[in-house]
Design a protein around this ligand. Structure first.
Ligand code: 1GP
Length: 250
């Protein structure tokens, strides 16, 4: 029996939630990671996402163990490949890279890991339409998956891709401009999807560096905004997030 819908229900609950993405490969320093976890909790962050393009299963396990040892905040795996699975986490974004046409990331990786994932007892699996949007720089995901992101001005293609995913049974839509993107996902795409589909939770990530962007995405109908790189570069951004979450909670 898989865990119930705890994470999915939380995603659906409200707009404007925040996730911190921890890439285990970039976070080898134990003390630094503990510091980050504590500051993220102080900032009122809603989730820790864990994953990366080239993370080993051992790095994954170790990182989740450290988070779980210091925080009650839910941990969600945002996998770079089929090996990035751990029962220590609360949820797994079961990604299909729908913006691409590489069968390996549409179904291949899933078949390779199906039996193992199917038999996991306690991990909540959330089928996710994963859509890459051009972020103005060549991203690791685009390179590793050998796919082309959707151009920024092709709103209709992006929305139709998301809707096709929803029709296939994906429960979430994740729009990603790629880690370290120069430009984040255009709000227009998100608003347009919201016009067509009011219910499916939307996650957005890639190149987010300000609390103003967090507010813009919330207004565009986004449930969870993911910040990765910027916190690795400047951990004090979490102080701004703290001020922001306090203000928006009032
Ligand atoms: C990338 O959505 C994530 O897959 C986060 O991106 O590292 O640019 O914040 P950043």
């Amino acid at each position: 029996m898989k865990k119930n819908d705890f994470i999915f229900s939380r995603f659906s609950e409200k707009l404007g939630q925040i996730a911190i993405l921890i890439d285990p490969e970039k976070t080898q320093d134990h003390q630094r990671m503990v510091d980050l976890i504590k500051k993220a909790d102080f900032a009122g962050v809603d989730y820790f996402f864990v994953g990366g393009s080239t993370v080993t299963p051992e790095q994954m396990e170790r990182t989740i163990a450290v988070i779980k040892g210091h925080s009650e905040t839910p941990v969600v795996i945002f996998p770079g490949d089929h090996q990035q699975v751990s029962e220590r986490a609360d949820g797994l974004l079961y990604l299909s890279l729908l913006s691409g046409r590489n069968p390996e990331y549409l179904i291949g990786q899933h078949v390779t890991s199906a039996k193992r994932v199917y038999n996991l007892q306690s991990l909540e699996i959330i089928p996710t339409a994963y859509i890459l949007v051009d972020g103005g720089t060549s991203s690791s995901v685009a390179y590793v998956s050998q796919t082309t992101p959707i151009p920024r001005d092709k709103t209709t293609i992006a929305v139709n891709t998301a809707l096709a995913g929803i029709l296939q049974g994906k429960r979430l839509v994740y729009f990603d401009a790629g880690s370290g993107a120069k430009q984040s996902v255009p709000c227009e795409m998100l608003k347009e999807l919201r016009k067509n589909d009011k219910r499916t939770p939307i996650i957005v990530g890639g190149g987010i560096r300000s609390v103003e962007q967090l507010a813009e995405f919330k207004n565009a109908g986004v449930n969870v905004t993911v910040v990765g790189n910027h916190i690795e570069e400047n951990i004090d951004f979490l102080l701004e997030v703290n001020a922001y979450t306090k203000k928006t909670d009032q």
